[in-house]
Design a protein around this ligand. Structure first.
Ligand code: HEC
Length: 205
């Protein structure tokens, strides 16, 4: 009897651990398997977007200079984002931040909750969480945090230390710009990858 009880407890404990341990990086209970599937989708999509954006940015900075490179971000960022989404299929990608440059990138209420999660955890622990997963309205949202690197300062740094022409151009294009004044290592914002619940169900049998 005693032995059976111990075994039952052990089985229940294992099941609990594997099936409904709420990860510290999710807004609802999810199995580790589901988390892995969502992370794989999210990481693939955001890495693709990041490498496309970076190579376009590098090319433009080298051949045309920082003022014209702004165009890569203002005109091409959305197109590249759509192309990456189409290539992977059934997903949506967006870049967002509390300090947004383009008002179209303003966070919605769920994105604001995710941004807050990153900011608050960073404040509490001194470390940026590697990701955050949200279940909302028939989809899973994967968030990847972005940190400021040296190259970002060309357009997101302290305007006093930026090329005057870049500052001028940004003012013209984005009169309400909130996205300057960053330092290397700062939390800049997130890439959000949305995956329909159906897609996850199919891969998570
Ligand atoms: C050549 C200038 C330039 C550089 C360099 C640059 N950005 Fe941007 N960034 C922009 C512009 C312009 C926008 C607005 C894009 C739009 O209109 O959607 C933007 C938008 C963003 C956004 C979307 C949210 C918002 O503010 O509208 C994020 C996130 C972002 N940049 C992160 C970065 C990071 C991280 C780096 C460095 C790896 C970087 N940027 C480097 C010009 C730049």
């Amino acid at each position: 009897m005693k032995k059976a009880g111990v075994i039952a407890l052990a089985v229940a404990g294992t099941a609990l651990f594997f099936s409904c341990g709420k990860s510290q990086y999710t807004n609802v209970d999810m199995s580790p398997k589901k988390i892995k599937v969502i992370r794989d989708f999210g990481e693939d999509a955001s890495q693709m977007l990041l490498s496309e954006l970076k190579s376009e940015l590098k090319k433009a900075l080298k051949t045309k200079g920082p003022v014209d490179a702004i165009e890569v971000c203002s005109k091409k960022a959305l197109t590249i984002t759509q192309e990456v989404a189409e290539e992977i299929g059934d997903i949506q990608i967006k870049r967002t931040s509390f300090k947004y440059r383009n008002p179209n990138n303003k966070p919605d209420q769920y994105e604001a909750q995710a941004l807050k999660f990153f900011e608050e955890t960073l404040k509490k622990t001194g470390k940026l969480p590697p990701y955050y997963i949200q279940k909302v309205d028939g989809e899973y949202r994967y968030y990847k945090p972005l940190k400021v690197q040296p190259v970002c300062l060309t357009c997101h740094g302290d305007p006093k230390h930026m090329d005057e022409k870049v500052v001028q151009k940004l003012k013209e294009l984005y009169p309400q710009d909130k996205a300057t004044g960053y330092k290397i290592g700062d939390f800049r914002g997130v890439i959000r990858v949305s995956i329909p619940e159906e897609v996850i169900k199919k891969s998570c049998l």
